[in-house]
Design a binder for this molecule. Structure first.
Ligand code: KG4
Ligand code: ZN
Length: 370
């Protein structure tokens, strides 16, 4: 065998053997995954609190904390067991430390720090949004820099990803996130009572009903039409939708909490307006990148990720924007768009490879909700 081939095999072997455990608890999902250094998922486990929070009409931080506490040990153990990896074999442990709900982040961080100290492993603190942004690199060969649109229940942002820990922020939401808006609209429409929606998140329920709706029956204005930047705003849109719902309730002579006959049309119009707002801001960001040569001329890429990115209508609209601006659009599959331990493990793998933000087990780390 040639020496270079031996070196290649050896480096592949070294990469593969750099096993990382990733732990996610920033919001309402307790996730863990074990991954090797090439990005192969060896084992994972996810406990979703969605059902509980749907029943209570929103996330109550103390309830989320309690559920993370009750599940984290089991979830981590399951991921390890499924991977067949013992803690001693891990190269590092990565965990989300920002941003998110303080009480939720605290559970994951305390667990992770106790774990790395017990097993004497390096600790890699992870930024939740950076992890969403880079998940695509686990699935496709995407080199830096690329444009990324992240849309979830907690965030809306446009950024140029320039490196594992180097992001140029082009725009963010000035008030609420699109997933939060869709969740609140779904609650105002009492979609929990809808036979097809009782177990779905607000965004999923709206996507499902919108398929049978006529979006033209309600003409919501796209936000920030007069503001020439790449930021987002969804609070005003939610207000428009709430007013339309109130008007419909009056016209149908029903109380708040009753399912409206026009629910599909409202869902379709709400989804369409959210998609248009995301599309217009992304279009502006793409043009800004072109003018300022922020993306490579060869295969410039737009990545769409975060929970809201699992919406097929939003994906379709962004496909059109990507085509018009000469960008290749990449979206991780839905299961990698929502919160999970895999994306945190992958961020750990990327950071470990580059030696960025890898800490000794005894270094004290604090979480940062904002
Ligand atoms: O990324 P994620 O799992 O958690 C956060 O970090 O927020 O995103 C959850 C959000 C929720 O607001 C949910 O309603 C929304 O993503 N979502 C969707 C869809 N699936 C989940 N929004 C629109 N369409 C969907 N299909
Ligand atoms: Zn998320």
């Amino acid at each position: 065998m040639f020496p270079s081939k031996v070196r290649l095999l050896r480096s592949k072997h070294t990469l593969a053997s750099r096993l990382v455990l990733g732990i996610e608890t920033s919001c309402d999902d307790t996730g863990a995954a074990v991954m090797d250094g090439t990005g192969t998922i060896l084992g994972e486990s996810l406990h979703s609190q969605k059902e509980v929070h749907l029943r209570s009409g929103g996330i109550i931080p103390t309830v989320a904390q309690e559920l993370h506490r009750a599940n984290i040990q089991r979830v981590v153990q399951e991921a390890l067991q499924r991977s067949g990896v013992a803690p001693a074999e891990l190269a590092a442990v990565a965990a989300t430390v920002k941003p998110g709900l303080a009480l939720s982040l605290g559970v994951g961080l305390r667990f992770s720090q106790a774990f790395v100290r017990q097993h004497n492993k390096p600790f890699i603190p992870v930024h939740h949004m950076e992890a969403h942004a880079l998940t695509v690199r686990m699935l496709h060969a995407v080199s830096f820099p690329f444009l990324v649109l992240l849309v979830s229940g907690g965030h809306a942002l446009l950024a140029v990803a320039r490196g594992v820990d180097d992001f140029l922020l082009l725009g963010r939401t000035l008030d609420e996130a699109p997933g939060d808006t869709l969740d609140k609209v779904a609650r105002r429409l009492s979609l929990r009572k809808h036979p097809r929606c009782s177990t779905l998140s607000g965004g999923e329920a709206i996507e499902l009903l919108a398929k049978d709706g006529d979006r033209r029956r309600f003409g919501f204005r796209t936000p920030m039409g007069q503001t020439p930047d790449c930021c987002f705003s969804f609070a005003g849109l939610r207000n428009q939708i709430t007013m339309a719902i109130q008007k419909q309730e009056e016209e149908e002579g029903v109380q708040e909490g009753t399912l409206l006959s026009s629910v599909n049309d409202i869902a379709a119009a709400a989804q369409h307006t959210v998609a248009m707002h995301l599309a217009k801001r992304t279009h502006r960001a793409a043009l800004f990148c072109r003018t300022n040569r922020l993306l490579p001329p060869d295969e410039p890429t737009l990545v769409l990720s975060g929970g809201v990115a699992s919406n097929q209508y939003i994906r379709k609209v962004l496909t059109i924007i990507a085509e018009r601006t000469g960008l290749r659009l990449l979206c991780p599959p839905a299961r990698f768009c929502t919160d999970n331990g895999v994306m945190i493990a992958w961020n750990g793998v990327e950071r470990l490879r580059e030696g960025r933000g890898v800490l000794a087990p005894d270094v004290d780390v604090s979480y940062e909700p904002k």
